[in-house]
Design a protein around this ligand. Sequence first.
Ligand code: ATP
Length: 334
Amino acid sequence: MIKIDNLSKIFFSNKDKLTAVNNVNLNIKKGEIFGIIGLSGAGKSTLIRCLNRLEEPTKGKIFIDGIDLTALDKESLRKERKEIGMIFQHFNLLSQKTVYENIAFPLQLEKMDAEKIHNRVNELLEYVDLKDKKNSYPSQLSGGQKQRVAIARAIANNPKILLSDEGTSALDPKTTKSILELLKKIRDELNITIVMITHQMEVVKEICDRVAIMEDGQVVEENTVENLFREPKTKIAQAFISSLQGNIEEEIINPNDFKGKLIRLSFLGDSAKKPIVSKIIRSFNIDVNILSGNINKLQSTSVGHLILELIGEDEEINKALSFLENEDVHVEVI
Ligand SMILES: Nc1ncnc2c1ncn2[C@@H]1O[C@H](COP(=O)(O)OP(=O)(O)OP(=O)(O)O)[C@@H](O)[C@H]1O
């Protein structure tokens, strides 16, 4: 549905040249919640702002349902932009207008008649659970309530796509959860494709179907959330996963400090429930030392990791490794 083709954005200031987005290619499917994660300065905001041409790409193309957004003139772009709602970290509400007026604003721009606007705004207020706040001003609302208003405003014209630029970064964990639930409801019920940039792995874990990791303007890794958690390939993906609360940094384990063989097991879904450690101890003549372990509960499944030291004869260890591979567990010798 969204096809990003060799997209680059270069900022020129004085004699300096900064490549904020460097040759990015992505395909985002209809109805997907697609996350883009990266550290500060990685180019996430610039990339997402190119998707509705708030930022003009320097090179490359963006197709939305086959329409090349980069080729549109001003008037066609204005029409196409109606299909793309956006929310921001700091909400960007109109402070002089009430909640009702903020949500009505994009509908007035479309010259919708007054009665229709009235009905639509009330429907949206109900949808985002803010009926009782319709006459309040943004300054009278909590962060979560402000983001609900921003979301109602962003979906008022029934867009196909919703872009979120760090939409939960200014919120506490509980409020973040409720906003993520609202976004999920919007995807599930309204079939709106959601592209969200974030620096929080918690957000990706909670809500995204697929994720791209950006570093220095480039997409360095792209995968389903399950597979990313199962086998992160790049150092930065591993660091993001390690940064999740309760996860143990693996770097602290140095194989040279151990006399046995170190292995890292990754397991997904039902294989996480099998008593594999006790099985290998009982079935083979080896000792097992558990060095670290974690389990991440994703939306529809769980992904676990264990780092074990296997102590014993090579032959017995190799038998244990073959056994593990047959148990649908990914084994990596460290
Ligand atoms: N208008 C601009 N002019 C010049 N440089 C810019 C401009 N906007 C962004 N940059 C630079 O482009 C790079 C990418 O910035 P961007 O805001 O896209 O990153 P980000 O991953 O969203 O980071 P953050 O999470 O901190 O916003 C940074 O080095 C930034 O300084």
